[in-house]
Design a protein around this ligand. Structure first.
Ligand code: ADP
Length: 238
């Protein structure tokens, strides 16, 4: 089943075409890498899908409904969650409190004990289950990243958007991070991951798409895409 159809979506900033007529579809349960040099439009595209920006034109059809330009909270309720490059955790709250908010305001909107159960499950999935009552401000870098991911998972999304979630991890943490994403993907959630670490893209994504100067210049089987001449040229600065 097609879960997401990004249909000729563009976003201009003044005269700059940050995202230029991008189209692709994703089947439910699949995982896709989104690559491209800095400034090619990847984060803008995630912002458009998650509602942090409205498209200048085009449709974003999710589960059969066009969500283009809908508010962030409506899109979250529809079942799309994301992580941010700069983690957005609330340092003065506990881990559990951090994940309670999206459990209440996310896709399925749980209350009371049920919200707490969903929040605990999200912490468990990211390896933070035994530290629910610790203060988020005391976490080291990888655990902040885990909590950022747990916040997205607590919303129980059908589509998860990861914006360089693996960036900045040491080699051991990177392997742990890859395994974590692998297990999420295996559990059936649909994932788009913006990622610069090719090892991770190759390990996790059978499919990847590449942006350059706002356009989608390749989309297909990962090893084919990564050996594509236009893709290599884009990375070398053409
Ligand atoms: P990437 O994530 O691939 O590095 P971005 O989506 O962040 O690329 O940026 C794509 C282009 O859009 C860049 O030229 C960037 O400067 C521009 N851009 C992104 N956000 C804004 C904004 N809010 N206002 C103006 N220009 C922006």
């Amino acid at each position: 089943m097609t879960l997401l159809h990004v249909d000729t979506v563009s976003r201009f900033f003044g005269g700059l075409k940050a995202v230029d007529q991008v189209s692709f579809e994703m089947e439910s349960g699949t995982i896709m890498g989104l690559l491209g040099p800095n400034g090619s439009g990847k984060t803008t595209l995630l912002n458009l899908i998650s509602g942090f920006l409205a498209p200048s034109s085009g449709k974003i059809i999710f589960n059969g409904r066009n969500l283009a330009g809908a508010r962030v909270d409506k899109i979250a309720r529809a079942g799309i969650a994301r992580t941010f490059q700069l983690v957005r955790i609330l340092p003065s709250l506990t881990l559990l409190e951090n994940v309670m908010l999206p459990a209440v305001f996310g896709h399925r909107a749980h209350w009371g004990k049920e919200a707490e159960r969903v929040a605990h499950a999200a912490l468990q999935k990211t390896g933070l289950g035994d530290r629910a009552n610790a203060s988020a401000g005391d976490l080291n870098y990888i655990d902040q990243k885990r909590l950022e991911l747990a916040r997205a998972l607590a919303a129980e999304p059908e589509l998860l958007l990861l914006d360089e979630w693996l960036a900045g991890l040491n080699p051991t943490e990177l392997q742990e991070g890859i395994r974590l994403i692998e297990s999420l993907s295996g559990s059936g959630i649909t994932i788009i991951m913006v990622e610069h670490i090719m090892e991770a893209v190759r390990a996790l994504c059978p499919r990847c798409a590449v942006m350059n100067a706002g356009r989608l210049i390749a989309d297909g089987e990962t090893s084919t895409v990564l050996s594509d001449k236009a893709v290599i040229a884009a990375y070398l600065g053409d």
